[in-house]
Design a binder for this molecule. Structure first.
Ligand code: GLU
Length: 438
């Protein structure tokens, strides 16, 4: 199994009183907030609010399997913050989904939206299931029931779901249709990441990978280095990993390692990413995998992350760079395509070792940025050209990357701490301007 899922089984649903617990993903995520808060001299009352999710919803989702049996899955929607606007964030279908994980992901969405200055709060949803074991019909029934269960709390002015691990534009189409049927009205702005024909945005499918690429280019520019000829390893070959690899290769980087949850592949001479993507599309069964791709050597997950390379892009799941492998990482630049791929202990070791890390909340913010464009287009009923979307994406990411870089330089901190500082300042500004309704 190429992508580490350690600790997932052990994760407990997080009650608010357990939030700071070290072993939980949310407990770990809070460490990053605390590090930035320490540099900001925050009012402890405000800090207390920001360390609690606004709303955590748990639902049971009964639905019928194709064989007629009824199954009940557990689903979640956590709305972490509404301070800057409607809550925003994806929906994850994965066996490791728990309240704790969804809370951490909603927490990260809050800072991600703020660090690129979008008028959104943060949210995340999920269903604990293995989507690779469900038929298309089962996935549709599951999704429609999930949407119906959270219908009162989502909407263009309340909370706007989008795709995440294990979901895709079709999932969003089913959510949009279910909500539209209940409301007896066309409601494209209730979700983003939809197919183009029902109000999706041009450029949304590629947006996260494009954003990772823009962030890498921005960092290399600041470091006086060039992407052309740089060697890159990408862990994860879903939407984010595959598109990042493709765009980096198009810009002259050499992709020397890629991997998905089933296998890892390496090739010092460079892997043909177009062939790798074509190989996945040609896989007709559920197990869409890089397995069997010709021309590369097979490797394991730990070897993939530790391969000699200039740039490492973890674009899979949380907790991939840990204190067990941090010392063996060779890259000088890490761009976090996934949410939470680096544990705080590994983050410390890598940063002290001189590795530059573009943190998840900045590196992978391209997806939600184009989600914001999609939401705006849906509300206007007027749709932009792809070049316009891509230009606006680049502007948003470059401007905010510069703000984070400058904060890191002036406060002598890591990019991660600087990104949290920029984001926390913005959220606090909105929170204190609105005041507390009590
Ligand atoms: N799931 C993506 C993320 O983690 C996209 C969220 C969105 O577009 O709302 O950033």
């Amino acid at each position: 199994m190429a992508i580490i899922t350690r600790a997932r089984k052990a994760r407990k649903a997080t009650a608010i009183s357990q939030q700071a617990e070290e072993a939980s993903v949310f407990g770990e995520a809070i460490n990053y907030f605390d590090a930035a808060a320490a540099s900001l001299d925050l009012n402890p009352n405000v800090t207390r609010i920001l360390k609690h999710p606004s709303r955590q919803v748990i639902i049971s989702i009964p639905f019928q399997l194709d064989n007629g049996d009824l199954e009940v899955f557990t689903g979640y929607r956590v709305q972490y913050s509404f301070a800057r606007g409607p809550a925003k964030g994806g929906v994850r279908y994965h066996p490791g989904v728990s309240l704790d994980e969804v809370t951490a992901l909603a927490f990260w969405m809050t800072w991600k939206c703020a660090v690129v200055d979008l008028p959104f709060g943060g949210a995340k949803g999920g269903v604990t299931c293995d989507p690779t074991k469900l038929s298309v019909n089962e996935l549709e029934r599951l999704t429609r029931r999930y949407a119906a269960e959270i219908i009162e709390i989502i909407g263009p002015d309340k909370d706007v779901p989008a795709p995440d691990v294990g979901t895709n534009p079709q999932t969003m189409a089913w959510i949009m249709d279910t909500v539209s049927m209940h409301h007896r009205a066309h409601t494209p702005g209730v979700v983003t990441g939809k197919p183009l024909c029902i109000g999706g945005s041009r450029g949304r499918v590629e947006a996260t990978g494009r954003g990772v690429t823009i962030a890498i280019e921005a960092a290399l520019e600041k470091m006086g280095k060039s992407l052309a000829g740089a060697t890159v390893v990408v862990q994860g070959f879903g939407n984010v990993g595959s598109i990042t690899a493709k765009l980096l290769a198009e810009r002259g980087a050499k992709i020397v390692g890629i991997g998905d949850q089933f296998t890892g592949l390496s090739n010092k001479g460079g892997i043909d990413i177009t062939a790798a993507i074509a190989h996945l599309s040609a896989t007709t069964n559920k197990r869409r995998s890089l397995e069997g791709l010709a021309g590369s050597e097979q490797t394991t997950n730990s070897d993939l992350l530790e391969l000699p390379c200039d740039i490492l892009v973890p674009a899979a799941l949380e907790d991939q760079l840990t204190q067990d492998n941090a010392a063996n990482i060779k890259a000088y630049l890490i761009a976090e395509g996934a949410n939470g791929p680096t544990t705080p202990a590994a983050d410390r070791m890598l940063t002290e070792g001189g590795v530059t890390i573009i943190p998840d909340i900045l590196a992978n913010a391209g997806g939600v940025t184009v989600s914001y464009f999609e939401w705006a287009q849906d509300r206007m009923g007027y749709y932009w050209r792809e070049s316009e979307v891509n230009d606006k994406l680049r502007d948003v990411l470059r401007e905010n990357f510069d703000a984070v870089w400058e904060t890191a330089r002036s406060h002598k901190t890591s990019l991660r701490t600087a990104a949290y500082m920029v984001a926390i300042r913005r959220v606090i500004d909105s929170l204190t301007t609105r005041g507390i309704y009590a």
